[in-house]
Design a protein around this ligand. Structure first.
Ligand SMILES: [Zn+2]
Length: 230
């Protein structure tokens, strides 16, 4: 059985065994997000572009979704992934029709991956893919978690100046086998787009490998629409 099938089986088992709670507020609920949280959700932010690459996000970086993203990253709450994916999948639905599309998660450095045990962006990409594949005509989208590597630990970007961020990310991402990406339509998947610096570095590495970078999908976009994000 492939890793993805094992993961899917684990997800389905988890759904059966887990108490029915809202992933955003942890209250008992038959659906997630619960009606209270759904009523609180603002509309998706207007897509912005980073170096000409459109960024589609499900939400601004605001409660209750921002809290769920923090729990996913820092408290091992992988149970929030299906709910976040249900919010994200409709935002990028038109992408699901692109033939041969690969979803490429923003990679973690190997040390961070070992520490956390999972890459939250890869979990989100797989869950979005599963949401899209509920419609058979979209079954050709794949997740490609190993085509992009993070070769340097880049620390916490938000605490740095713009030039420090760009220096920290310069050469931090690598495509180990570029020939696999030539002409391939790809969408980068991230949990939160903040300054756009990580998006820039990742899309530059993908374009250098001659991939066709279609856009970025993120659960949250923390910046207002602009093409001058740092
Ligand atoms: Zn709720």
């Amino acid at each position: 059985m492939s890793c993805d099938l094992l993961r899917l089986a684990a997800d389905l088992l988890g759904d059966l065994l887990a108490p029915r709670t809202c992933a955003l507020c942890d209250s008992m609920a038959a659906v997630s997000p619960c009606p209270n949280c759904s009523a609180m959700l603002p509309p998706p932010p207007t897509p912005r572009t980073v170096d000409g690459t459109p960024v589609w996000a499900a939400q601004p970086y605001a409660e209750p979704v921002s809290g769920a993203v923090r729990r996913l990253k820092y408290e091992r709450r992988v149970d929030v992934v299906p709910t976040l994916a249900r919010l994200l999948a409709p935002v990028g639905l038109e992408l699901a029709a692109i033939p041969g599309l690969w979803l490429v998660p923003v990679p973690l450095h190997a040390h961070r991956l070992a520490e956390r045990g999972y890459n939250q962006s890869a979990l989100l990409a797989r869950a979005v893919c599963r949401e899209w594949q509920k419609e058979p005509s979209r079954s050709r989208v794949a997740v490609a978690p190993r085509v992009l590597l993070r070769t340097r630990e880049t620390g916490h970007q938000a605490r740095r100046s713009r030039s420090e961020r760009l220096d920290a990310l310069d050469g931090a991402f690598l495509v180990p086998t570029p020939r696999r990406l030539v002409g391939r339509p790809v969408v980068l998947v991230d949990d939160v787009v903040t300054t756009g610096a990580t998006v820039r570095a990742c899309t530059a590495a993908l374009r250098q490998a001659n991939a066709e970078v279609v856009g970025v999908l993120a659960v949250c976009d923390s910046c207002p629409p602009t093409d001058s994000g740092t």
